[in-house]
Write a protein that binds this ligand. Structure first.
Ligand code: SAH
Length: 265
């Protein structure tokens, strides 16, 4: 590790890692991401994500940013990366409604000569799916219900299209204080074209230790959980091809891949 630090000091050229730190605990981080964080001069990110990787923070310089300050954060990171090794940490995967796009846009716009490497992470849909068993073993669509940067009409159109096309649908950003009704409105749209018996899984704080919670229900009953859903929850709406196995809070959702059509097992 010392050797690598020395290299970053003597080799003047900087580097920016845009890191998806996964759903929560440090165990879910890739080894490449862990090494990048350990060997960076600066770590930049919002407080929640910095706290998630705090056991990897030693003598790196830490820049805490805030929600809503993403543009400033991206600018700061690319500036610093002109002559420092910088890790920007972002939740889940940095490509999935994360900081990767903004960082590249800022570097492109300012024509900055920075070496940027995006490191992938476990995103909420795969984290949540693993908690629920095997609900996405077929084609799926991921839709964010946040209408801060996307007009609500476009979100509705995508919900309708994905539902009609029979995709398993994962909903991110289901709610916030300002957008409390988006989850209910989205479910009502999907209910128009999808059978009410379709299994639905809801996972709050997936892979975040003791704070993880999950619910398994069906599309016709999912609005019973409307009050329970919050901004730390991801939702998976399957199709009638999927099924629920088990009970007593230990339910799993199984989506068949299609092996049963060709094999006996
Ligand atoms: N880049 C992140 C997603 C950012 S959008 C990723 O790849 O996971 C934020 C939304 O992701 C939240 O509102 C929630 O719907 C979902 N989410 C992120 N982490 C989650 C977790 N550990 N458990 C459940 N949902 C999560």
């Amino acid at each position: 590790m010392e050797g690598l630090q020395l290299q970053s000091q003597t080799d003047k050229k900087g580097k920016l890692y845009v890191i998806g730190i996964g759903p929560g605990s440090v165990e879910q981080l890739t080894i490449a991401s862990r090494d990048a964080i350990l060997n960076s001069d600066y770590i930049i990110g919002n407080g929640t994500y910095l706290d998630q990787v705090k056991e990897l923070l030693n003598d790196q310089k830490i820049i805490r940013s805030h929600m809503g300050k993403e543009v400033d954060r991206a600018k700061k990171a690319v500036e610093l990366a002109e002559d420092n090794v910088v890790s920007m940490v972002s939740g889940g995967d940095a490509n999935v409604y994360g900081m990767a796009g903004l960082v590249l846009e800022v570097a492109e716009h300012h024509e900055l000569d920075v070496d940027i490497e995006v490191l992938p992470g476990v995103t909420a849909i795969t984290a949540g799916a693993s908690v629920l068993g095997a609900p996405i073993v077929n084609d799926f669509a991921v839709i964010s219900l946040s209408d801060l940067l996307t007009p609500w009409e476009r979100i509705e159109k995508r919900l309708m299209a994905a539902s009609e096309a029979d995709f398993i649908i994962s909903l991110y950003n289901p709610k916030s204080r300002q957008r409390n009704s988006n989850f209910r409105r989205a479910i009502e749209i999907i209910q128009k074209t999808r059978d009410g018996s379709s299994p639905v899984g809801l996972v709050k704080n997936a892979l975040r230790g003791d704070s993880q919670e999950m619910k398994v229900t069906t599309l016709d009953k999912v609005l019973d959980y409307d009050d329970w859903v919050d901004m730390r929850t991801m939702i998976l709406i399957t199709t009638p091809e999927s099924r629920i196995w088990g009970g007593n809070g230990m339910e799993k959702i199984i989506t068949p891949r299609g092996y049963q059509r060709k094999y006996d097992y």
